[in-house]
Design a protein around this ligand. Structure first.
Ligand code: SAM
Length: 477
């Protein structure tokens, strides 16, 4: 049996089943020990993160008072590291052709109920223009794995198309990519194509379960999938995004494993994951949710979000429209830093509204509000919606970003930049219907109030740059 070793790039060493079982067994034995729990909470209050073992112990603690303390601390940490800014993005589904047999995903190769569609470059242009008309600046590209229909060349050409579209007052400034695990050589090509974050969900870290859930196709190779981020980082991609699909396997196992993965990347490559996503299994075509016995209740799901925030304070956290407004509201408070808005999981769904397109959806959405509604909602909750992509353009990625973040310095850059992009959004895309409840009106008040919080010199810089930002020429701080 392989030995636990976070510095190894072998999946069975950094995600070591025996080590995870040991961590969980210790957590089960000691999780109700009040003195130990208090000691861990004291460590957590330093806001420098805690170990997977300590976090697992808190996860399994059942005392409601401790849970309340965990939520309160997660809220404080969110505020200390990220302030009140929330970054917005949208997924863009390029193709739902797929050769894999993932039992939870409607793209699986033998699903005959889903029409297959791959967008042409012209169709991608129409989608991106529709997304830009909504006000989006940051996309997450999604595609099934199919070397014939969606080879890497197709993904690269699509990225090039997207960055090349300058429509009215703007362009897409950051393209994140969520495609299947690939080779170092291909990751180098993605890096050269100037992607933002490379995102890949592990689905489950449990090897046996992984193999059962992925019976056929290239994705069935557990080690190759689990070691993908090592290859991506070796290829020069500095920002990687990890995640598990909650609902597939035991949540406590996944929780420990994702923290081990994060630590492994941090120790070995100097920067942990840029983001952690927390997708939960959704109803979808040809998928019977009753076949999955590990559904995660809302209260535990939110406790996981809070504990991830406490364990890795400097890692961004993403929640998609798989979750409802109600869950997203709570999750934003305790740690989520990025959400999608106005999303479609269909191939071609932003520009087209025909029936065939709607049947290409990957899964059902729980939040179907428009981007304008989401922006308006965020502001009424006291957040600053941000379309900022500055870190990427300024080279604040990977190790550099982590060190800025660890020193709680991202405020100094992010607030001014968020305000510039919000001004750009309000002027060009926001709705002004509804008087004092309109996105434009609320936003203008919010910007003014936020400007007052900035040091005078920075306030002057932001005011001076706002006119240009409105024309689409955002000059980031
Ligand atoms: N082909 C790439 C891969 O295999 O990683 C991209 C995947 S897919 C477009 C993006 C993610 O959707 C998957 O990694 C999976 O976690 C998630 N997903 C699949 N089926 C889902 C479902 N029924 N409910 C919620 N999320 C799902």
């Amino acid at each position: 049996m392989a030995k636990y070793d976070l510095m190894s790039d072998k999946a069975e060493c950094f995600i070591n089943p025996q080590n995870i079982e040991d961590v969980l067994s210790h957590a089960r034995k000691r999780s109700q020990d009040r003195a130990l729990v208090s000691e861990i909470l004291e460590k957590a209050k330093k806001m420098e993160g805690i170990t997977a073992s300590d976090a697992a112990l808190l996860l399994l603690n059942r005392n409601p008072e401790i849970t309340a303390e965990i939520f309160a601390l997660a809220e404080q940490i969110t505020d200390a590291y990220y302030g009140n800014r929330k970054v917005l993005f949208a997924p863009l589904y390029l193709s739902n052709y797929c050769v894999n047999h993932c039992t939870y995903c409607p793209y699986h190769a033998i699903n005959r109920n889903i029409p297959r569609k791959k967008m042409t470059q012209e169709e991608i242009k129409a989608e991106v223009i529709a997304l830009q008309d909504m006000g989006h600046k940051r996309l997450a590209l999604e595609a099934g794995e199919d070397p014939f229909h969606n080879p890497l060349e197709y993904i690269l050409e699509s990225i090039d198309t997207i960055y090349g579209i300058h429509h009215q007052a703007g362009s897409i400034r950051r393209v994140n990519v969520n495609i299947a695990a690939t080779t170092v050589e291909n990751y180098k090509k993605l890096h050269d194509a100037k992607i933002g974050t490379y995102v890949l969900f592990q689905e489950t870290y449990n090897k046996k379960e992984y193999e059962r859930l992925h019976p056929k196709g290239p994705k069935s190779d557990y080690a190759y999938h689990t070691e993908a981020m090592d290859r991506a980082m070796k290829a020069g991609i500095e920002d990687v995004g990890i995640g598990v699909l909650f609902g597939l396997h035991n949540y406590a196992y996944e929780f420990v494993a994702i923290l081990k993965h994060a630590k492994h990347l941090e120790w070995k490559y100097g920067a942990g994951p840029h983001t952690i996503s927390v997708p939960r299994l959704q109803p979808a075509s040809d998928i019977n949710l009753a076949d999955f016995k590990n559904g995660l209740p809302d209260d535990i799901f939110l406790k996981i979000v809070a504990l991830l925030r406490i364990a890795v304070p400097y890692t961004g956290m993403i929640m998609s429209t798989r979750e409802s407004e109600h869950i997203r509201r709570q999750a934003l408070k305790i740690g989520i830093s990025q959400i999608s808005g106005g999303s479609k999981t269909t191939v071609g769904g932003y520009a087209a509204h025909d029936n065939t397109t709607s049947k290409t959806a990957q899964f059902e959405l729980s939040d179907e509000r428009t981007l304008d509604e989401v922006v308006n909602w965020l502001m009424t909750l006291g957040y600053v919606p941000s379309f900022c992509t500055a870190c990427y353009g300024k080279g604040r990625q990977g190790v550099d970003f982590m060190s800025i973040c660890k020193q709680k310095q991202i405020h100094n850059f992010c607030t001014p930049n968020a305000l510039l992009t919000l001004a750009e959004y309000l002027s060009n895309y926001a709705s002004d219907a509804d008087g004092i409840h309109s996105t434009k009106y609320i936003g203008a008040q919010l910007i003014e109030a936020e400007l007052q919080q900035l040091p005078e010199t920075m306030r002057k810089v932001v005011r001076a740059r706002m006119e240009e930002a409105i024309k689409g020429n955002v000059k980031f701080v």
